[in-house]
Design a protein around this ligand. Structure first.
Ligand code: HEM
Length: 283
């Protein structure tokens, strides 16, 4: 939505559903403006133990003592809302899909959660390291169903990739390269049994506590890589782990039969026709 409005030519084109896009863009923008105005006027406060991200943005100053302008605060806040919302929501959707369609995975997850968090205990930071099956399930979900299924980078130094002969490709400076995470994560040369959901491939070694080594340092990129990788990745995994554990601890869920579940790849990746489930309180 925002990307379209950043490209002047595209922004002017009256293409299909453009009005809806503009309207939704305005609504998100108004929503963020309201949040900032409320905080400036003291009508809202941080829900954290200390200052939250918005407090930090509003109080930050540069080397000359200048604060962010209203537009800059809004842009930064909007980036966090947009980058942090649908991504994590999609991760949770796909994780629930996996649990509802793999009985053994749900059983292993529930066993761990019931052991680490007995009698409906609310998870705290100290429990996070013990929720290793939950973590492995989330990592395997991010492999098969990356919420951000592709991203782009611009070439700043000329490269030639591929082996000698006709498979070689020269990449000149300035080329935009799309990295298809979804395909990378399913490549048989990097992942044994690539299409199988196997959370065990992520389990730490019980003796050393170390995670298994990847077959290639860049074969797993749910949060991209390099200096512009996801700034929120640790937070995202933490909040996803808390949600997954509490959901499994407190709810039963089963998938509504007769649905077609296919990934829809746009900027993010979600089930094309949604994912309907029956959720009940766990007794
Ligand atoms: C499962 C959840 C998430 C996934 C899969 C994810 C994935 C990604 C990816 C692939 C990028 C790089 C995009 C690119 O280079 O074009 C990115 C960037 C970013 N993400 Fe996330 N993200 C997630 C959650 C979050 C959360 C919770 C936040 C904030 C609270 C966040 C904030 C950001 C920001 C600010 C950037 C831009 C960083 C920069 O350009 O320097 N993300 N994310």
């Amino acid at each position: 939505m925002r990307m379209i409005s950043q490209v002047p030519l595209l922004a002017r084109l009256p293409f299909w559903r453009k009005q809806l896009l503009d309207e939704n863009s305005r609504r998100v923008s108004n929503f963020v403006e309201q949040i900032i105005a409320d905080r400036r006027k003291g009508r809202s406060a941080s829900l954290c133990a200390g200052a939250d991200l918005l407090d930090l943005l509003l109080s930050a100053v540069d080397d000359e003592g200048q604060p962010f302008s209203d537009q800059e605060v809004k842009d930064e806040a909007l980036t966090f809302v947009v980058a942090g919302h649908e991504t994590t929501a999609n991760l949770m959707t796909w994780a629930m899909y996996v649990l509802m369609t793999n009985e053994s995975v749900l059983r292993a997850c529930r066993e761990e959660v019931d052991q680490v968090l007995p009698n409906g205990m609310i998870p705290s930071y100290e429990h996070m390291n013990d929720l290793q099956v939950c973590e492995a399930i989330l990592q395997e979900t991010l492999r098969l169903y990356p919420p951000v299924p592709w991203f782009v980078r611009k070439c700043i130094r000329e490269h030639t990739i591929g082996s000698d002969g006709h498979h070689q490709v020269r990449i000149p400076v300035g080329t935009t390269i799309a990295i298809m995470t979804y395909m990378l994560h399913r490549r048989a040369d990097f992942w044994p049994r690539p299409l199988e959901f196997d959370y065990m491939r992520w389990m730490r070694n019980p003796m050393t506590g170390l995670k298994p080594k990847l077959t290639h340092p860049f074969c797993y990129l749910p949060f991209a890589a390099g200096s512009r990788n996801c700034i929120g990745q640790n937070f995202a995994l933490l909040e996803a782990k808390v949600m997954l554990a509490m959901f499994v601890q407190r709810c039963n869920f089963s998938i509504e039969p007769g649905q077609t579940i296919v990934p829809q790849i746009t900027i993010t990746m979600r089930p094309k026709y949604g994912l309907k489930a029956r959720v009940t309180k766990r007794s």
